[in-house]
Structures are given as C-alpha cells and as structure tokens.
Ligand binder design. Structure first.
Ligand SMILES: [Zn+2]
Length: 125
C-alpha cells in the first residue's frame, strides 16, 4: 500500500515538474553579473550560455527546468514580470524550498530587491 502511494506521489510530482504550469511558494532573491555576486563565474555567460547581461534567473534545474518561464508578482516596488530560467547556483541547488535568483543589470537593483517569500507561477513547455 505504501509503495503504491509513493508511486502515485512520484507520478504527480514528476508530472508537475515537467509539464504545464504550477504555482509554488518560493524564496526569491536577486543577483547581477558582477564579481561580488558571481565570483569566479562572473564571465558574462550564464550556465546555459546566454548573456548574463540579459534578464533571466537562476534555479535548481532538477526542480525547475531551464527554459521555464517564471512569473514574479509585484515585490518591494518592482512591478510583476516574467523571466526565463537560464542559470543556476549552489544556493539554489542546496535550498530546501524552490529558490529563484533573479538577474538584474546592476548590483544596486539586486540589493534593493532583497530576499522574499512569494508565490510564483512556473510554466514549462
Ligand atoms: Zn552584483
């Protein structure tokens, strides 16, 4: 009985992770392409090879597939907007909860965004 239940839960989770749209309560933080934010990875490219100077966000690709669109609600005076998952980081992969790290052009903007717990919508094709 228990293994059947585990199997069902697994199928539901797998389906949610890899198709359609889901709403999750996530930790949402921000970074920029600078050395302070990216350290040795500050090479102007994201993990998927896109320009780090374009909008995007870092995720744990095992839980949020690269290419997914993430809808962020209004936070700290920033209007709602959507970004594509195109990068990763150790904090995202270690996080217990889904952690989205938004990429801004400047360090000041990233600091102003801060750390937030919000509902986000993740759409995966
Ligand atoms: Zn920075």
């Amino acid at each position: 009985m228990r293994s059947v239940l585990v199997a069902i839960v697994f199928v539901v989770l797998a389906t949610e992770s890899f198709a359609g749209e889901r709403r999750v309560r996530a930790v949402v933080t921000a970074y920029c392409p600078c050395r302070k934010c990216c350290g040795k990875y500050a090479d102007g490219k994201t993990a998927t090879g896109r320009s780090a100077y374009l909008p995007g966000c870092a995720v744990d690709p095992k839980r949020v597939r690269y290419g997914s669109t993430i809808r962020i609600p209004p936070v700290n005076g920033f209007p709602a907007f959507s970004v594509v998952a195109d990068d990763t980081g150790s904090a995202m992969r270690r996080s217990k909860r889904i952690h989205i790290d938004l990429r801004f052009k400047t360090h000041a903007e990233a600091l102003r965004f801060g750390r937030n717990n919000v509902w986000v919508r993740i759409s995966t094709r």
